[in-house]
Write a protein that binds this ligand. Structure first.
Ligand SMILES: Cc1ncc(COP(=O)(O)O)c(C=O)c1O
Length: 456
């Protein structure tokens, strides 16, 4: 069963909500006790219980009709039913770790929602996770909680980049960086990465040339969305030393830091063996990608340099929510086993995609992912075959990649993100989210291959 097959049934919002246990609640007249019992019962029915010590990531968990951006936004653009597969926005399709739902249920059982008293236990969990998983020795006072990575990066840009100055971005890079810069009212300059032996690398000559005196910050994506790079220590050190020399603060977005493929090692910028380099940086991160908690709005940023941290804090005002706190704390405390299995599953999915493309869709260029659950596919031959450039102009599309996005939805039902949104180097590419059941991924690949192989 594909998500899209099940989506047809799931488009019936009430049926979906019932199966997800969201409104398995009787009407207003039901007593609170009955209401809670029925919610409890239907949620546990849908739990991803372990069998033989394994969570079932093959299970297609229908998200359609749950107000989820990944599956519920594209149909608004394609109201004719041509959309089938949401492979865009970076959220996972897996049912979340049971420990998270349990913690939320426990908190929801207490029916009062005033201000929080303390966030200390969460800070302690963050410190523990960052130390144990990433080798960064962080003190609870070296971090600031936020309601997303966005607000932290925006505050850092406002602190370090005066209006009229710029931030440099190694690209292709997460499209959100450009909107963060707009929110901070600053300019950006791209430094397009090079491809060397099939891997993206920083172009240090270009970076050096781009770090003119009006460039005051560098936004690093570590690991890199959309290319899937997991940056190595020597690359980061060289980047950090160059930035230091040029008086450019490094803002390292490490939201994808846990999604690392086997054989790769995440190197947090703050773990680099050069104190001056580390002290010239601030890191914004979260476990929202790790556990699919983006809607829970809980993240943090940190710096080993108290002066930099307090400068950012002056431009930041955000608080986390009661449910965000409960969910995130539970994930840190009890979610490790679920995530390790999810990560191994996605590692296999990457391999499955690589093999499929090489064997059945050879006109599409593939770059091997080292981490993240986004993959950046090169459709330039397909775009050339359908005259995407000319067609984009004729149809008033924002770019050939946006034209191709529509083309692919109409031809295959698959919705991907256009490379043009990721800055210089995104041309000819499309970003695909691979965090889904492999049954769905397999249907997606077959649907894309049928469309693509007709024209190339
Ligand atoms: C690299 C990167 N940074 C930030 C975000 C958004 O973070 P948040 O939702 O915590 O603001 C995303 C979401 O996809 C991302 O990929």
């Amino acid at each position: 069963m594909t998500q899209s097959n099940s989506s047809n049934a799931g488009l019936n919002r009430r049926a979906f909500m019932k199966s997800a246990g969201v409104t398995a609640l009787a009407g207003a007249a039901a007593s609170l006790a009955t209401t809670q019992a029925s919610a409890q019962e239907s949620v546990s029915e849908s739990y991803p219980r372990k069998a033989n010590g394994r969570y079932d990531f093959d299970k297609v968990y229908n998200r359609v009709g749950s107000n989820c951006s990944r599956w519920d936004s594209p149909p608004r653009r394609y109201p004719g039913g041509e959309f089938k597969y949401g492979m865009g926005v970076a959220s996972m399709d897996f049912e979340c770790a049971p420990c998270i739902t349990e913690a939320l249920q426990e908190r929801v059982a207490h029916h009062s929602w005033g201000y929080l008293s303390t966030t200390e236990p969460l800070r302690e969990e963050i410190v523990k996770w960052t130390g144990e998983h990433h080798g960064v020795d962080l003190g609870p006072n070296e971090l600031t909680l936020s309601d997303g990575v966005y607000p932290g990066v925006i505050a850092a840009l406002r602190a370090f980049v005066p209006i009229g100055s710029k931030a440099v971005i190694p690209s292709p890079a997460y499209s959100g960086f450009y909107s963060m810069a707009r929110a901070a009212n600053i300019e950006t300059v791209d430094s397009q990465m090079k491809r060397v032996n099939g891997r993206y690398e920083f172009d240090f000559d270009d970076l050096e040339a781009k770090m003119t005196p009006d460039v005051r910050a560098l936004i690093l994506c570590n690991p890199q969305n959309p290319t899937g790079n997991v940056w190595q220590e020597d690359e980061l050190l060289r980047l950090g030393r160059l930035a230091l020399e040029k008086n450019v603060v490094v803002i390292s977005d490490e939201i994808h830091c846990d999604v690392i493929r086997s054989g790769q090692k995440m190197v947090p910028f703050a773990s680099l063996p050069d104190r001056d380099v580390v002290n010239n940086s601030i890191t914004a991160t979260a476990i929202s990608k790790t556990f699919n908690l983006a809607g829970m709005k809980c993240a943090h940023y940190y710096s080993k340099n108290a002066t930099l941290l307090s400068r950012v804090n002056q431009f930041h005002r955000a608080e986390i929510s009661t449910l965000g706190l409960a969910a995130t704390e539970a994930a840190y405390k009890h979610g490790r086993e679920w995530f390790e299995q999810a990560n191994a599953y996605m590692d296999n999915t990457h391999t499955m995609i690589e093999n499929f493309i090489k064997q059945k869709m050879p006109a599409v260029g593939y770059t091997r992912n080292e981490g993240t659950y986004m993959t950046f596919l090169d459709f330039s031959k397909v775009m050339a075959a359908i005259d995407a450039k000319e067609q984009a102009m004729a149809h008033n599309a924002r770019s050939p990649e946006h034209y191709f996005q529509d083309w692919l939805v109409h031809q295959s039902g698959v919705y991907l993100n256009p490379g043009a949104d990721y800055g210089a180097g995104g041309e000819g590419h499309m970003r695909m989210n691979i965090a889904s059941s492999q049954q769905v991924i397999s249907d997606v690949l077959e649907a894309m291959a049928a469309a693509v192989n007709k024209v190339v």
